[in-house]
Design a protein around this ligand. Structure first.
Ligand code: GCU
Length: 321
């Protein structure tokens, strides 16, 4: 009898506690030692601090709840509250996002920062709202370059006949095909095995992802041709957003700003560390002439963007400072 009362009291107490705290579920596909994950832990800490414990973010990393495309679908129906995906995968939902996967889109990091942090970046970030995917911020994901198993890629012709893994993005497929490779979409989490078993001959990514996925154990050539600068995007379900009051939204907005700024600092360091670590593990770094790659794909933007509104934003980016 005494035990049942205790259990009853405990249950009542935990229910009470639960309803007092708003818990938001955040799922993503990166490794917990990735700078973006660390920045999202910072986000959770800040939200807890600003809300004085009234709001909590629970993080599920490493594709525990699915690959990026699935996570976006879960977000759309409100089954999870927040996710972080590559802008490449977002293009399946919001056409403006496609622009961010175009090759050599930014002249340099200043141009990139000006665009992403200015009005154009905001417009692209918010373009997912009609699809229930509200962008909150960009995270830095550096530049993507090719890595291969058997031979280095010094020029686009070296990709001829090679099966190259790409993200679930039509733009990424077209890009690799234009370089001459056979583009093969595979989920990020399945890529290690696909490389190992020879399903693909190589892939492309930024240094931290190449390192943290341990793909360098299989691919011994990394060619820093830096064809794209696809950022990561933090998104909240529009269902969740509409359910929050102004105060709750402010906690999130403020925490997101701090998280994004923190990640930019972490990124610089992690990129350098990743390159050093893969070299130590026997990877040969190639620094090819980027202009040869750039020339090969210079018309891809206007060719791929058939929606005049999307094309207009592309030209706005080209003309931005
Ligand atoms: C980057 C990006 C990930 C994405 C991955 C990929 O590492 O940060 O969000 O999943 O590329 O190539 O799939």
């Amino acid at each position: 009898m005494r035990n049942s009362i205790l259990i009853l009291l405990f249950t009542l107490f935990s229910c009470q506690k639960k309803s007092d705290v708003r818990v938001l579920k955040l799922a993503h596909g990166l490794d917990p030692s990735h700078s973006v994950h660390i920045a999202m832990v910072h986000l959770a800490e800040k939200v807890e601090e600003f809300s004085e414990g009234k709001m909590r973010i629970e993080i599920y990393p490493s594709q525990q709840l699915g690959a990026e495309r699935e996570l976006l679908e879960l977000l759309q129906i409100g089954a999870i509250d927040i996710t972080k995906t590559s802008a490449a995968v977002m293009e399946n939902f919001s056409p403006l996002m496609q622009i961010l996967s175009l090759p050599y889109l930014f002249r340099d990091s200043t141009h990139e920062r000006n665009v992403l942090e200015g009005e154009i970046g905001k417009k692209i970030l918010e373009s997912g709202v009609p699809y229930y995917l509200r962008g909150l911020c960009y995270y830095d994901a550096g530049r993507r370059s090719f890595y291969t198993k058997e031979k280095p890629v010094n020029k686009p012709d070296d990709l001829e006949g090679l099966k190259i893994r790409v993200q679930a993005s039509n733009t990424a497929i077209k890009l690799v095909q234009t370089f001459g490779g056979a583009a093969t979409p595979i989920a990020f989490g399945e890529l290690y095995t696909a490389l190992q078993q020879g399903v693909v001959d190589g892939a492309e990514n930024n240094p931290p992802s190449f390192y943290l996925t341990r793909h360098y154990e299989v691919c011994k050539y990394y060619s820093l041709n830096e064809h794209t600068a696809v950022p990561d995007v933090l998104l909240i379900s529009e269902h969740t957003w509409q359910d929050l009051n102004d105060r709750e939204r402010d906690w999130i907005i403020e925490a997101v700003q701090e998280s994004a700024a923190y990640q930019r600092v972490l990124w610089q360091r992690s990129e350098q560390e990743a390159l050093e670590a893969v070299v130590k593990a026997g990877v040969q770094i190639v620094r090819p002439d980027k202009s040869v790659f750039r020339d090969k794909v210079s018309k891809l933007g206007p060719e791929l963007l058939d929606d005049p509104k999307v094309l207009e934003v592309f030209y706005q980016i080209q003309n931005a400072q």
